[in-house]
Design a protein around this ligand. Structure first.
Ligand code: F6P
Length: 504
């Protein structure tokens, strides 16, 4: 059978499967839990409360073979140009030591420079630095923000603010907290052209100048894959930390883009983060399809998006330290896989990325869980929880948090009949996955984020799309530039009226 026919046959067979009842699956198979849990290091992935049966998994494993999943995975780790629309390799794993030897070596050199600069800052070479003002957006902000918030919230090494929005309110808020004389301005932009970041950087320099800082540019560090542009902007070459073009923006927290996290965590913490990610890289590279956590998770994603037609998936972090995880995943998953054409340019033959949304438990239980339990949409839910508490208060806090997390998964699946009072009935049979982490450390967080990266890639391969371009964001940027340069003329009446009313 030609590969395209085989791929179509797998999808058709998956769609033809009866949708089982989750409760019945557990009743029928005492071995279900063991067969649907994958353990990797400090992370336990429990897929047992999803509708995937042995038969569905076998079809997905066949689909993975038909789309040459192992070949695509090897091509990525070998540094081949798998980002075909941009003619680039995809080498974020080289940043943590896994990949083509030359790229791993180049990443090591970049890291050595980063470490030297951090040591110099800590030794006072740039004066008394207490505050880190990091300006960047998208992948140049979400990853560092997640890391600092999760792991260095109460660390007293540096006070870090990550400012992304071009709305001056965001920058003003950060500047109000900081002393300009003791602030390191970190400009993070892969391209060093992004409007929001360049405007925020200029305003931050202006703030330092107005405050009487003698040499504001002497307190600037640039994190970029375009060092020439940073030099042109006024950053001294010695304070430019580069990284390779083959590290995509939303995959870049492992590169110099992770600089504020390395400062806030300390170098050992940053290295542990990279090691955790590298351990997940090795797992993803070498585990077979049914023992492979990112690939198994992608099977679940594909089942709900393409077979069951679920339009969204929800991620709830049952740990305050991971409150930024859903935001981070929104960019990772939707910017990577929100596509309508395959890598070869032909239209996709089904829905692509589900809309990722979510929040923090237990807060979300008192806000959006009503819909999850009784609404008409079926939403595959993902719970992320940590066994070891992050607080020193009465252990009742953490115990209540975890009990609630596990209770929600049970309630979604179990449901409750109530023929006499339908408003109080719960249909049940609603799917969830639980990721349980032993303790939240740089190592385990590195592994968790790398898991999500590989899962995103695996989803792309199963759908035959290129997960590594993002042309969808360009048109809006172009139109904004044209309005700024040429004014309101030539647009539709609605847009012109809005511009005239608000901007004159
Ligand atoms: O507009 C989308 C995007 O290109 C993201 O992919 C990227 O993470 C973000 O903008 C920021 O880009 P840069 O790091 O080049 O400023």
């Amino acid at each position: 059978m030609a590969e395209t026919d085989r791929i179509a046959a797998c999808w058709n067979a998956l769609k033809a499967l009866d949708v089982p009842d989750l409760r019945a699956l557990f009743e029928a198979d005492p071995g279900r839990l063991a067969a649907h849990v994958v353990e990797e290091g400090a992370l336990r992935f429990d897929f047992s409360k999803t509708h995937l049966t042995g038969e569905a998994l076998a079809l997905f494993a066949e689909l993975a073979e038909a789309v040459d999943f192992s070949g695509r995975r090897a091509a990525m780790f070998n540094g081949e140009a798998i980002n075909v629309t941009e003619g680039r390799a995809v080498e974020h794993s080289a940043e943590r030591g896994e990949g083509k030897a030359a790229s791993v070596e180049a990443a090591r050199e970049h890291k050595a420079r980063m470490r030297t600069l951090i040591d110099a800052i800590e030794a006072g070479a740039l004066g008394e630095i207490r505050h880190i003002l990091h300006v960047g957006i998208g992948g140049s902000a979400l990853g560092p923000d997640l890391l600092v918030d999760a792991l260095a919230r109460s660390a007293d090494r540096y006070d870090v603010a990550i400012v992304s929005n071009v709305d001056g309110v965001a920058l003003e808020e950060a500047m109000a907290r900081f002393d300009p004389a003791c602030t390191l301005l970190v400009i993070a932009s892969k391209t060093f052209t992004t409007t929001e970041t360049m405007l925020n950087a200029a305003s931050a320099i202006d703030w330092m100048t107005r405050a009487g800082v003698e040499d504001p540019y002497g307190q600037v560090v640039a994190l970029t894959a375009a060092p020439d542009k940073a030099i042109e902007w006024g950053v001294d070459e010695t304070r430019i930390l580069g990284f390779s073009e083959s590290v995509g923006g939303r995959y870049s927290l492992w590169s110099s883009i992770g600089f504020p996290a390395a400062l806030a965590l300390g170098w050992d913490g940053f290295e542990a983060l990279l090691e955790g990610a590298a351990a997940m890289d090795r797992h993803f590279r070498h585990a077979g399809p049914l023992e492979n956590a990112p690939l198994r998770a992608a099977f679940v994603d594909q089942y709900y998006a393409r077979v069951m037609g679920c339009q969204t998936r929800a991620v709830f972090a049952y740990d305050e330290r991971l409150r930024l995880l859903p935001d981070y995943l929104q960019q990772l998953e939707m910017e990577s896989n929100g596509k309508s054409v395959k890598a070869d340019g032909t239209p996709v033959d089904g829905p692509t990325a589900a809309i990722t949304w979510g929040g923090v438990g237990t807060d979300a239980q008192h806000a959006v869980f009503q819909l999850l339990h009784q609404g008409t949409h079926v939403v595959p839910v993902e719970f992320v929880a940590v066994t070891e508490a992050g607080d020193d208060l009465d252990p009742a806090h953490h115990q209540t948090l975890l009990v609630n997390c596990f209770a929600q998964g049970a309630a979604l699946m179990q449901g409750r009949e109530n023929a006499a009072d339908p408003a109080r009935a719960y249909p049940g049979n609603r799917p969830s996955t639980t990721i349980l982490i032993d303790a939240l450390t740089p190592h385990s967080l590195g592994a968790l984020i790398a898991f999500y990266e590989h899962r995103t890639f695996a989803n792309g391969v199963l759908m035959e799309i290129n997960s590594f371009d993002q042309f969808g964001v360009e048109l809006g940027k172009e139109i904004a530039r044209s309005i700024e340069q040429e004014g309101a003329q030539g647009f539709d009446p609605s847009t012109m009226a809005l511009i005239e009313r608000a901007l004159g």
